[in-house]
Write a protein that binds this ligand. Structure first.
Ligand SMILES: NC(=O)c1ccc[n+]([C@@H]2O[C@H](COP(=O)([O-])OP(=O)(O)OC[C@H]3O[C@@H](n4cnc5c(N)ncnc54)[C@H](O)[C@@H]3O)[C@@H](O)[C@H]2O)c1
Length: 292
């Protein structure tokens, strides 16, 4: 897209983790930035911090599960800064509600929450912003945050939602190419990143509460440990920005996972059961210095 200075970016899930790092990166590029998040206090703190660096930053309290809320975000962004050029549909949650349950036992409320934020939140973002971004005709980027879980076998509610985001973005990419739009679609598929996602239950709406069996202590400790040792959000934001400039569809910031992705495809083509994710092997490789 060339020079991003003076252009406008909207980032959902911008009060924490990867979204906050993306917003910071865009501020560094002298862009106008709209931070959207459901967590009011964290959002205000993030906006204040970024406004100290430059004034062209606003926050919009948004629940990406709710279509009207995402439309309101688009309306606010456009009325504040005019044309929007970069849309990062990044807000996401990981649920512990399915822990200890078979997939058919996962409560409807859990599906509603995870699919609502991770999949429908992204879809609502496209529906609210794409007509505007196409109409104004200036170059732009859409970056949808999926996960490596979108390229791996299974993964429960989270994996299903992220496979959905991947397919949605591939379809979007083709649609934009077909119509010769000046907008590039990308899908971000990180491995572990040191963020607050392990505390995602903090944002579960009260009406979607589920009775939990709880995650067993060992699994919880491994997940927490792998996240804490994951890449820094700022590094992911740099990778995303470079990929945006290069017009890259697939953004895979963790090459240590390439073998797992390859093995998934091998299993599919061999008409076998799904490839198995060996956590102990991962931890061994992690101790040897690879970043997952
Ligand atoms: N951290 C990782 O290891 C990792 C790996 C792969 C993909 N991801 C994805 O990265 C994205 C960002 O997550 P993160 O790791 O930075 O976690 P995070 O919890 O630090 O940040 C997520 C942000 O989304 C916000 N949010 C949650 N529900 C929302 C809603 N309904 N509406 C608006 N905002 C909402 C939260 O308040 C939070 O600020 C997610 O889509 C996640 O699935 C994370």
């Amino acid at each position: 897209m060339g020079d991003y200075a003076g252009k406008t970016a909207v980032v959902t899930g911008a009060a924490s983790g990867i979204g906050l790092a993306l917003a910071e990166r865009f501020v560094e590029e002298q862009m106008h930035v709209v931070l959207a998040d459901i967590e009011e206090q964290a959002l205000n703190a993030a906006v204040t911090k970024l406004q100290e660096r430059q004034g062209r930053v606003i926050g919009v309290l948004t629940n990406t599960m709710v279509q009207e809320s995402v439309q309101n975000l688009a309306d606010r962004a456009i009325s504040e800064f005019g044309n929007v050029h970069v849309l990062c549909n990044n807000a996401g949650v990981a649920s512990t509600g399915g822990a200890g349950k078979k997939i058919w036992q996962v409560p409807a409320a859990d599906w509603d929450w995870v699919m609502g934020v991770n999949f429908y939140g992204v879809l609502y973002g496209l529906q609210a912003f794409l007509p505007h971004m196409i109409d104004h005709g200036e170059s732009g980027n859409v970056v949808n945050t999926a996960s490596l879980a979108g390229l791996m076998p299974g993964g429960g509610t989270y994996g299903v939602s992220k496979h959905g985001v991947l397919a949605l973005t591939e379809t979007l990419y083709n649609d934009l190419v077909d119509m010769d739009a000046n907008i590039c679609a990308s899908v971000l598929c990180p491995g572990f990143v040191d963020t607050n996602i392990v505390e995602a239950e903090r944002n579960r709406p009260a009406e979607l509460a589920v009775e939990k069996k709880g995650v067993d202590a060992t699994t919880a400790a491994i997940a927490k440990g792998l996240l804490a040792q994951g890449k820094a959000p700022a590094e992911i934001a740099d990778t995303v920005f470079n990929a945006m400039q290069a017009g890259q569809l697939y953004i895979l910031p963790h090459p240590a996972w390439d073998d797992f992705v390859r093995s998934r495809v091998d299993h599919v083509l061999a008409r076998q059961g799904p490839a198995h994710l060996d956590m102990e092997e991962m931890l061994r490789r992690r101790s040897a210095g690879e970043q997952f």
